[in-house]
Design a protein around this ligand. Structure first.
Ligand code: UDP
Length: 324
Protein backbone atom coordinates (compact mmCIF):
# COMPACT_ATOMS: atom_id res chain seq x y z
CA UNK A 1 0.00 0.00 0.00
CA UNK A 2 1.20 3.52 -0.77
CA UNK A 3 2.55 5.30 2.31
CA UNK A 4 0.41 8.25 3.31
CA UNK A 5 1.84 11.72 2.84
CA UNK A 6 3.19 13.46 5.94
CA UNK A 7 2.08 16.93 6.98
CA UNK A 8 3.77 18.88 9.79
CA UNK A 9 1.69 21.12 12.02
CA UNK A 10 3.61 23.30 14.47
CA UNK A 11 1.34 24.47 17.25
CA UNK A 12 -0.84 21.43 16.56
CA UNK A 13 -1.99 21.22 20.19
CA UNK A 14 -3.33 24.77 20.06
CA UNK A 15 -6.85 25.93 19.39
CA UNK A 16 -6.77 26.27 15.59
CA UNK A 17 -3.93 23.74 15.28
CA UNK A 18 -5.85 20.89 16.89
CA UNK A 19 -8.84 21.39 14.59
CA UNK A 20 -6.46 21.43 11.62
CA UNK A 21 -4.79 18.20 12.81
CA UNK A 22 -8.16 16.43 13.08
CA UNK A 23 -9.07 17.60 9.60
CA UNK A 24 -5.79 16.45 8.03
CA UNK A 25 -6.04 13.03 9.69
CA UNK A 26 -9.61 12.71 8.41
CA UNK A 27 -8.32 13.59 4.94
CA UNK A 28 -5.97 10.61 5.12
CA UNK A 29 -2.60 12.22 5.89
CA UNK A 30 -0.03 11.28 8.49
CA UNK A 31 0.37 14.28 10.76
CA UNK A 32 3.41 15.31 12.81
CA UNK A 33 2.78 17.85 15.56
CA UNK A 34 5.46 19.96 17.23
CA UNK A 35 4.16 21.90 20.21
CA UNK A 36 5.77 23.03 23.46
CA UNK A 37 2.37 23.37 25.17
CA UNK A 38 3.14 26.97 26.13
CA UNK A 39 -0.39 27.97 25.19
CA UNK A 40 -1.64 24.68 23.67
CA UNK A 41 -2.92 21.67 25.60
CA UNK A 42 -2.51 17.99 24.90
CA UNK A 43 -6.20 17.62 25.77
CA UNK A 44 -7.02 19.46 22.56
CA UNK A 45 -5.85 16.37 20.66
CA UNK A 46 -7.83 13.95 22.81
CA UNK A 47 -10.13 12.83 20.00
CA UNK A 48 -7.20 11.73 17.81
CA UNK A 49 -4.65 10.75 20.49
CA UNK A 50 -4.82 7.06 19.55
CA UNK A 51 -4.66 7.59 15.81
CA UNK A 52 -1.58 5.70 14.54
CA UNK A 53 -1.12 8.38 11.87
CA UNK A 54 -0.51 11.07 14.50
CA UNK A 55 2.99 11.77 15.85
CA UNK A 56 3.71 14.37 18.51
CA UNK A 57 6.94 15.98 19.72
CA UNK A 58 6.40 18.13 22.79
CA UNK A 59 9.18 20.66 22.28
CA UNK A 60 9.73 24.16 20.99
CA UNK A 61 10.18 24.07 17.23
CA UNK A 62 13.78 25.24 17.42
CA UNK A 63 14.68 22.44 19.84
CA UNK A 64 12.61 19.62 18.38
CA UNK A 65 14.78 16.61 17.60
CA UNK A 66 12.07 15.00 15.50
CA UNK A 67 11.42 18.00 13.26
CA UNK A 68 14.52 17.73 11.01
CA UNK A 69 13.73 14.05 10.42
CA UNK A 70 10.06 14.73 9.70
CA UNK A 71 10.97 17.60 7.42
CA UNK A 72 12.97 15.22 5.20
CA UNK A 73 9.78 13.37 4.29
CA UNK A 74 7.16 16.09 4.70
CA UNK A 75 4.72 17.04 2.00
CA UNK A 76 3.82 20.41 3.56
CA UNK A 77 4.12 22.42 6.78
CA UNK A 78 1.53 24.50 8.59
CA UNK A 79 3.42 26.80 10.94
CA UNK A 80 0.95 27.79 13.63
CA UNK A 81 3.21 27.74 16.70
CA UNK A 82 3.32 31.24 18.16
CA UNK A 83 2.77 33.23 21.30
CA UNK A 84 -0.78 34.60 21.05
CA UNK A 85 -3.39 36.49 23.02
CA UNK A 86 -3.39 40.20 23.85
CA UNK A 87 -3.09 39.66 27.61
CA UNK A 88 -0.14 37.32 27.24
CA UNK A 89 1.51 39.75 24.85
CA UNK A 90 1.18 42.64 27.25
CA UNK A 91 2.42 40.53 30.18
CA UNK A 92 5.35 38.73 28.57
CA UNK A 93 6.72 40.65 25.57
CA UNK A 94 10.21 39.06 25.72
CA UNK A 95 8.70 35.62 25.41
CA UNK A 96 6.52 36.82 22.52
CA UNK A 97 9.47 38.25 20.57
CA UNK A 98 11.58 35.17 21.11
CA UNK A 99 8.90 32.66 20.33
CA UNK A 100 7.65 34.38 17.22
CA UNK A 101 11.00 35.25 15.70
CA UNK A 102 13.26 32.30 16.54
CA UNK A 103 10.76 29.55 16.02
CA UNK A 104 9.66 30.80 12.61
CA UNK A 105 13.23 31.15 11.48
CA UNK A 106 13.90 27.56 12.54
CA UNK A 107 10.92 26.27 10.55
CA UNK A 108 11.78 28.23 7.41
CA UNK A 109 15.42 27.20 7.53
CA UNK A 110 14.59 23.50 7.80
CA UNK A 111 11.83 23.68 5.18
CA UNK A 112 14.15 25.49 2.76
CA UNK A 113 16.64 22.60 2.81
CA UNK A 114 14.02 20.40 1.13
CA UNK A 115 11.77 23.01 -0.45
CA UNK A 116 8.83 21.85 1.64
CA UNK A 117 5.86 24.22 1.15
CA UNK A 118 5.09 26.27 4.28
CA UNK A 119 1.88 27.99 5.22
CA UNK A 120 2.71 30.64 7.82
CA UNK A 121 -0.09 31.62 10.16
CA UNK A 122 0.09 35.38 10.64
CA UNK A 123 -2.47 37.70 12.16
CA UNK A 124 -4.80 40.60 11.48
CA UNK A 125 -2.83 42.43 14.20
CA UNK A 126 -0.25 43.32 11.56
CA UNK A 127 -2.73 45.88 10.17
CA UNK A 128 -2.12 47.72 13.43
CA UNK A 129 -3.81 51.06 13.90
CA UNK A 130 -5.12 51.36 10.39
CA UNK A 131 -8.54 53.05 10.47
CA UNK A 132 -9.72 51.55 7.18
CA UNK A 133 -13.19 50.05 7.11
CA UNK A 134 -11.77 46.94 5.47
CA UNK A 135 -8.20 45.64 5.46
CA UNK A 136 -6.63 44.55 2.20
CA UNK A 137 -3.49 42.49 1.83
CA UNK A 138 -1.65 45.26 -0.02
CA UNK A 139 -2.45 48.01 2.51
CA UNK A 140 0.29 49.91 4.30
CA UNK A 141 0.64 48.73 7.87
CA UNK A 142 0.57 51.22 10.72
CA UNK A 143 2.04 49.75 13.84
CA UNK A 144 2.33 51.62 17.14
CA UNK A 145 5.60 52.39 18.92
CA UNK A 146 7.67 49.95 21.03
CA UNK A 147 6.70 51.85 24.18
CA UNK A 148 3.37 50.00 23.92
CA UNK A 149 3.90 46.29 24.52
CA UNK A 150 0.76 45.47 22.57
CA UNK A 151 2.57 46.12 19.31
CA UNK A 152 5.19 43.50 20.10
CA UNK A 153 2.89 40.85 18.73
CA UNK A 154 2.07 42.67 15.49
CA UNK A 155 5.68 43.56 14.90
CA UNK A 156 7.03 40.07 15.59
CA UNK A 157 4.46 38.45 13.31
CA UNK A 158 5.09 41.03 10.61
CA UNK A 159 8.78 40.21 10.82
CA UNK A 160 7.79 36.55 10.37
CA UNK A 161 6.01 37.55 7.18
CA UNK A 162 9.06 39.40 5.91
CA UNK A 163 11.22 36.44 6.79
CA UNK A 164 8.92 34.09 4.90
CA UNK A 165 8.98 36.32 1.84
CA UNK A 166 12.77 36.57 2.10
CA UNK A 167 13.04 32.76 2.05
CA UNK A 168 10.73 32.69 -0.96
CA UNK A 169 12.85 35.21 -2.80
CA UNK A 170 16.34 34.05 -1.90
CA UNK A 171 15.88 30.31 -1.46
CA UNK A 172 12.88 29.67 -3.68
CA UNK A 173 10.87 28.35 -0.73
CA UNK A 174 7.14 27.93 -1.53
CA UNK A 175 5.46 29.95 1.24
CA UNK A 176 1.97 31.27 1.80
CA UNK A 177 1.11 33.83 4.48
CA UNK A 178 -2.37 33.61 6.00
CA UNK A 179 -3.38 36.64 8.08
CA UNK A 180 -5.91 35.10 10.41
CA UNK A 181 -8.62 37.38 11.82
CA UNK A 182 -10.58 36.69 15.02
CA UNK A 183 -11.31 32.97 15.01
CA UNK A 184 -13.54 31.27 17.57
CA UNK A 185 -14.95 27.89 18.44
CA UNK A 186 -14.57 24.91 20.76
CA UNK A 187 -11.26 24.62 22.69
CA UNK A 188 -10.44 28.31 22.55
CA UNK A 189 -9.49 29.38 26.02
CA UNK A 190 -10.28 32.75 27.54
CA UNK A 191 -7.09 32.57 29.59
CA UNK A 192 -5.04 34.71 27.22
CA UNK A 193 -7.65 37.38 26.69
CA UNK A 194 -9.98 36.11 23.96
CA UNK A 195 -13.40 37.58 24.32
CA UNK A 196 -15.93 34.97 23.17
CA UNK A 197 -14.96 32.08 25.46
CA UNK A 198 -14.93 34.56 28.35
CA UNK A 199 -18.38 35.89 27.54
CA UNK A 200 -19.78 32.39 27.15
CA UNK A 201 -18.33 31.22 30.45
CA UNK A 202 -19.60 34.31 32.27
CA UNK A 203 -23.06 33.96 30.72
CA UNK A 204 -23.30 30.31 31.70
CA UNK A 205 -22.46 31.25 35.29
CA UNK A 206 -24.83 34.24 35.27
CA UNK A 207 -21.76 36.37 36.06
CA UNK A 208 -21.15 39.82 34.56
CA UNK A 209 -19.80 39.98 30.99
CA UNK A 210 -16.91 42.42 31.12
CA UNK A 211 -16.90 44.70 28.12
CA UNK A 212 -13.70 46.71 27.79
CA UNK A 213 -13.78 50.38 26.87
CA UNK A 214 -17.03 51.74 25.42
CA UNK A 215 -17.83 48.40 23.76
CA UNK A 216 -18.32 50.05 20.38
CA UNK A 217 -15.15 48.51 18.95
CA UNK A 218 -16.06 45.93 16.34
CA UNK A 219 -14.72 42.54 15.27
CA UNK A 220 -15.66 39.80 12.81
CA UNK A 221 -15.69 36.33 14.34
CA UNK A 222 -14.95 33.35 12.12
CA UNK A 223 -15.91 29.75 12.90
CA UNK A 224 -12.73 27.75 13.48
CA UNK A 225 -13.63 25.05 10.94
CA UNK A 226 -14.09 27.75 8.30
CA UNK A 227 -10.62 29.05 9.12
CA UNK A 228 -9.25 25.51 8.83
CA UNK A 229 -11.00 25.00 5.47
CA UNK A 230 -9.45 28.22 4.18
CA UNK A 231 -5.97 27.19 5.35
CA UNK A 232 -6.25 23.74 3.77
CA UNK A 233 -7.42 25.21 0.47
CA UNK A 234 -4.67 27.80 0.44
CA UNK A 235 -2.00 25.18 1.07
CA UNK A 236 -3.36 23.16 -1.85
CA UNK A 237 -3.36 26.13 -4.21
CA UNK A 238 -0.05 26.36 -6.09
CA UNK A 239 -0.89 29.84 -7.42
CA UNK A 240 -1.19 31.12 -3.84
CA UNK A 241 2.51 30.60 -3.16
CA UNK A 242 4.58 33.67 -2.44
CA UNK A 243 1.48 35.61 -1.47
CA UNK A 244 -0.41 36.99 1.52
CA UNK A 245 -4.08 36.23 2.22
CA UNK A 246 -6.63 37.49 4.71
CA UNK A 247 -8.58 34.68 6.34
CA UNK A 248 -11.66 35.55 8.36
CA UNK A 249 -15.32 36.34 8.49
CA UNK A 250 -16.81 39.63 7.28
CA UNK A 251 -19.83 39.65 9.63
CA UNK A 252 -19.07 42.61 11.86
CA UNK A 253 -20.37 43.14 15.39
CA UNK A 254 -19.52 45.49 18.25
CA UNK A 255 -18.28 43.92 21.47
CA UNK A 256 -21.23 45.37 23.37
CA UNK A 257 -23.65 43.80 20.88
CA UNK A 258 -21.72 40.56 21.14
CA UNK A 259 -22.15 40.56 24.92
CA UNK A 260 -25.90 41.15 24.59
CA UNK A 261 -26.18 38.48 21.88
CA UNK A 262 -24.42 35.87 24.04
CA UNK A 263 -26.67 36.69 27.01
CA UNK A 264 -29.81 36.41 24.87
CA UNK A 265 -28.85 33.25 23.02
CA UNK A 266 -27.83 31.43 26.18
CA UNK A 267 -30.87 32.63 28.12
CA UNK A 268 -28.55 34.00 30.79
CA UNK A 269 -29.32 36.30 33.73
CA UNK A 270 -25.95 38.02 33.33
CA UNK A 271 -25.54 41.75 32.96
CA UNK A 272 -22.93 43.70 31.06
CA UNK A 273 -20.20 45.45 33.05
CA UNK A 274 -18.04 48.09 31.44
CA UNK A 275 -14.36 47.94 32.37
CA UNK A 276 -11.92 50.71 31.44
CA UNK A 277 -9.02 49.55 29.28
CA UNK A 278 -6.46 50.75 31.83
CA UNK A 279 -7.93 48.32 34.36
CA UNK A 280 -8.41 45.49 31.86
CA UNK A 281 -4.90 45.54 30.42
CA UNK A 282 -2.43 48.29 31.38
CA UNK A 283 -2.39 52.09 31.43
CA UNK A 284 -2.01 53.47 27.91
CA UNK A 285 -3.37 50.31 26.27
CA UNK A 286 -4.61 50.90 22.73
CA UNK A 287 -7.44 48.81 21.36
CA UNK A 288 -8.36 48.56 17.71
CA UNK A 289 -11.70 50.15 16.85
CA UNK A 290 -12.46 48.00 13.84
CA UNK A 291 -11.09 44.95 12.23
CA UNK A 292 -12.75 43.59 9.13
CA UNK A 293 -10.97 41.68 6.39
CA UNK A 294 -11.45 42.02 2.68
CA UNK A 295 -11.48 38.40 1.58
CA UNK A 296 -11.93 38.79 -2.17
CA UNK A 297 -8.43 37.41 -2.72
CA UNK A 298 -9.09 34.30 -0.63
CA UNK A 299 -12.33 33.70 -2.52
CA UNK A 300 -10.66 34.23 -5.90
CA UNK A 301 -7.85 31.76 -5.22
CA UNK A 302 -9.70 29.10 -3.24
CA UNK A 303 -13.38 29.49 -4.07
CA UNK A 304 -14.07 29.54 -0.31
CA UNK A 305 -15.80 32.17 1.78
CA UNK A 306 -16.42 31.67 5.52
CA UNK A 307 -20.17 31.85 6.07
CA UNK A 308 -21.11 30.29 9.38
CA UNK A 309 -23.50 32.82 11.00
CA UNK A 310 -22.51 34.31 14.34
CA UNK A 311 -25.55 32.98 16.23
CA UNK A 312 -24.68 29.47 15.18
CA UNK A 313 -21.05 30.02 16.14
CA UNK A 314 -22.05 31.21 19.62
CA UNK A 315 -24.46 28.32 20.18
CA UNK A 316 -22.05 25.65 18.94
CA UNK A 317 -19.17 27.06 20.96
CA UNK A 318 -21.30 27.29 24.09
CA UNK A 319 -22.48 23.69 23.64
CA UNK A 320 -18.89 22.47 23.45
CA UNK A 321 -17.43 24.68 26.20
CA UNK A 322 -17.33 22.78 29.47
CA UNK A 323 -18.22 24.65 32.63
CA UNK A 324 -15.25 25.63 34.80
N1 UDP B 1 -12.66 42.23 25.22
C1 UDP B 1 -13.64 42.50 26.17
N2 UDP B 1 -13.73 41.70 27.27
C2 UDP B 1 -12.90 40.63 27.48
C3 UDP B 1 -11.91 40.34 26.50
C4 UDP B 1 -11.83 41.16 25.39
O1 UDP B 1 -14.41 43.47 26.03
O2 UDP B 1 -13.05 39.92 28.49
C5 UDP B 1 -12.58 43.07 24.01
C6 UDP B 1 -11.18 43.52 23.63
O3 UDP B 1 -10.81 44.71 24.29
C7 UDP B 1 -11.33 43.70 22.13
C8 UDP B 1 -12.33 42.62 21.72
O4 UDP B 1 -13.02 42.27 22.92
O5 UDP B 1 -11.86 44.95 21.82
C9 UDP B 1 -11.69 41.38 21.12
O6 UDP B 1 -10.69 40.93 22.00
P1 UDP B 1 -9.84 39.61 21.74
O7 UDP B 1 -8.72 39.60 22.74
O8 UDP B 1 -10.75 38.42 21.70
O9 UDP B 1 -9.29 39.79 20.26
P2 UDP B 1 -8.47 40.99 19.57
O10 UDP B 1 -8.34 42.14 20.51
O11 UDP B 1 -7.17 40.36 19.22
O12 UDP B 1 -9.31 41.33 18.39
Amino acid sequence: MKRKELIIVTGGAGFIGSHLVERLLADGFRVAVVDDLSTGRLDNLQTVARDPCLMIDLAPVSRSRALPRWMRQAHAVYHLAAAVGVELVVRAPIHVCRANLHETEAVLELAALRQVPVLLASTSEVYGRSARAEFREEDDLIIGPPSHARWTYACSKLMDEFLAMAYAQERGLPVIVARIFNTVGPRQTGRYGMVLPRFIEAAKNNAPLKVYGDGRQTRCFCWVLDTVEALVRLQRCAQARGQVFNVGSTEEISILQLARRVIRLLGSQSRVERVPYARAYAPGFEDLRRRRPRIAKLVRYTGFRPRTPLDEIILRTAAAQSPS
